[in-house]
Ligand binder design. Structure first.
Ligand code: ATP
Ligand code: LTN
Length: 342
């Protein structure tokens, strides 16, 4: 997905990313995506969102959904999203997202959406509710990105296909009318791009996993984190080395490497001659130590709802100022009449 031409030297490149408040945020979300969001704030014009419109493609209990949204916002601030540097808003509070998504739906082909592997996976997983929103999910995601003329989109590897589709939609619209959207590039981390389930290391670690032991949540208590790592599925070789057929150990090495900055060779040396029990405990403890300050800051922030709500409002207004410009251009090019309110 190389495309350097749309990064103009006179402005800081724009990055956009979003996460759904669809459950409690996991270590996979953090190492695969969110840690990178924090690091990118200095070099880029960073715009981040909680994609709550996407979340209702899977049925949500309203009370839990509201709680997850507050929690995710507070947790991301606790991780280090700095509102002096970045915009961080809630998607449903910026109506331009739903508006542009509708328009883009009409420039996205049924065949393209049918090929999305996430759609296929999620329709199997939620066979009783294969709704139209689940199907058109990628055009809403394209709207999120294109409204801000994003140059780069930091995401986990599982979102690559949606990003390709976003590029195709943008290119198609630009060709049909005139250059309107920046065509974005993906920004996928090498390390931690895909953290796997602790119970089935062939599957990605996912917020919505039914098996509580499969997934470490950032707000899990230290004892629970240690316990989940102790129970992580490994293999029978009892040797800490990266290799084929060792998905469980590879995954634990990846997590440990992301947290400590050590490479695989250093990890292999550190645990030479030691058993899996010792290694799993070390990984658990490293994760607990890393999360401690984040959890403390989250606890402080979540008690201050008034502060959080003022952040929601201020950031939605900032986002809307940018989004409304792109939307107005699109509407005009398509041929809608300008809206004049008396
Ligand atoms: P759900 O279970 O509701 O589908 P999820 O845990 O898969 O949720 P998303 O909200 O879809 O998470 O993704 C948020 C971000 O985290 C995305 O950029 C995604 O690529 C990344 N991500 C999700 N799971 C992982 C994982 N296991 N490893 C690395 N990155 C991940
Ligand atoms: N589909 C994404 C969340 C998401 C997103 C976006 C990511 C919604 N809109 C725009 C990047 C850019 C996911 O992580 N499942």
């Amino acid at each position: 997905m190389e495309n350097k031409t749309n990064v103009q030297p006179e402005r800081k490149p724009v990055i956009f990313s979003a996460i759904q408040p669809s459950g409690s945020i996991t270590l996979g979300n953090y190492l695969g995506a969110l840690k990178n969001w924090i690091a990118l704030q200095d070099g880029y014009n960073a715009i981040y969102a909680l994609a709550d419109l996407h979340t209702i493609t899977v049925r949500q209990d309203p009370t839990t959904f509201r709680k997850n949204t507050y929690d995710a916002y507070a947790l991301l601030l606790a991780m280090g999203i700095d509102l002096e540097k970045s915009i961080f808003f809630i998607q449903s509070q910026v109506p331009e997202h739903a508006q542009l998504a509708w328009v883009l739906n009409c420039y996205t082909q049924f065949g393209e959406l049918s090929r999305m592997t996430q759609f296929k996976d999620k329709s199997q997983k939620h066979a009783d509710n294969v709704n139209a929103g689940l199907f058109t999910y990628p055009s809403l995601m394209a709207a999120d990105i294109l409204l801000y003329q994003a140059d780069l989109v930091p995401v986990g590897v599982d979102q690559k296909q949606h990003l390709e589709l976003t590029r195709n939609i943008a290119e198609r619209f630009n060709m049909l009318y005139s250059p309107t959207f920046t065509v974005p590039d993906g920004y996928i981390l090498k390390n931690g791009a895909k953290i796997m389930s602790l119970q089935d290391p062939s599957k990605k670690m996912s917020k919505s996993d039914q098996n509580a032991n499969a997934c470490v949540h950032l707000l899990d208590k230290p004892d629970d984190i240690i316990r989940k790592f102790k129970r992580a599925v490994t293999d029978s070789e009892a040797c800490v080395r990266y290799g084929e057929g060792k998905d469980g150990i590879n995954n634990l090495m990846e997590i440990y490497g992301c947290i400590t900055g050590k490479d695989n060779a250093a990890i292999e040396r550190e645990f030479e001659g030691k058993g899996y029990g010792e290694f799993k405990l070390a990984v658990g403890e490293a994760v607990v130590d890393h999360l401690r300050p984040i959890q403390e800051e989250y606890t402080r922030l979540i008690q201050d709802k008034a502060y959080l709500e003022s952040c929601f409002a201020e950031n939605a207004a900032k986002a809307s100022r940018i989004a409304s410009k792109t939307l107005a251009k699109v509407m005009k090019k398509v041929g809608f009449l300008p809206m004049k309110r008396s």
